[in-house]
Design a protein around this ligand. Structure first.
Ligand SMILES: CC(C)(COP(=O)(O)OP(=O)(O)OC[C@H]1O[C@@H](n2cnc3c(N)ncnc32)[C@H](O)[C@@H]1OP(=O)(O)O)[C@@H](O)C(=O)NCCC(=O)NCCS
Length: 166
């Protein structure tokens, strides 16, 4: 919770550039448990280097949201974006979340981590939750991109369906 104000500043910076959806500090505080934050200790101080949120969509699906590296932590070989992505994917695997998706202007960044781009219709859950009420609904140029991170969970519904048929 003590990082919430700094997380808000990082997200607000990129929201101002139109790269991220804005989020209020109150919303970040409310959902702080969904955030992973990379911090650097500077004596007694902590500096937020970047953040990412894992937003749940039921048991088998989560969205990677608000992925951002603090502007002054970029381009220094600290691999902040890479470490955040790997931490988010490891967390999803530990939580046995079958699929992750992101809606992004950087699909090529996500493809490094096994995400495949497609039309937004590949994540109807997202369209229902956010897109339907978004003012940019019909002029949105963001790309949906999806990865299976826990293949054994992805198979479960198929297997349980097959079980019923037998
Ligand atoms: C998307 C993002 C998290 C990716 O993380 P990343 O580690 O920077 O990965 P990139 O492929 O963009 O960059 C690779 C390297 O080039 C550097 N770089 C790329 N664009 C840069 C820029 N405009 N200014 C400074 N450095 C830049 C990165 O800092 C990184 O080097 P580092 O590991 O030494 O920091 C990050 O670029 C970011 O915070 N972007 C702004 C917010 C955003 O667009 N988020 C949306 C993703 S859905």
């Amino acid at each position: 919770m003590s990082d919430a104000a700094a997380v808000h500043r990082v997200i607000a910076h990129y929201a101002g550039e139109g790269l991220l959806l804005p989020r209020t500090e109150a919303e970040i505080r409310e959902h702080i448990a969904r955030f992973l934050v990379l911090v650097e200790k500077r004596g007694k101080e902590e500096k937020v280097l970047g953040c990412v949120a894992l937003e749940p969509y039921g048991a088998g699906l989560a969205e990677i949201r608000s992925l951002a590296v603090a502007p002054d932590a970029r381009g220094q070989g600290r691999n902040v974006g890479d470490r955040l992505m790997k931490a988010a994917m490891d967390t999803a695997r530990r939580r046995k979340i079958a699929r992750l998706f992101a809606v992004t202007h950087r699909p090529e960044f996500f493809s490094r981590y096994g995400f495949a781009p497609g039309p937004r219709q590949i994540v109807p859950e997202k369209i229902e939750r956010d897109c339907a009420t978004c003012p940019k609904e019909h002029k949105c140029n963001l790309i949906a991109t999806v990865a299976v991170v826990c293949p054994e969970r992805e198979l479960l519904p198929v297997l349980s369906g097959a079980g019923k048929a037998l």
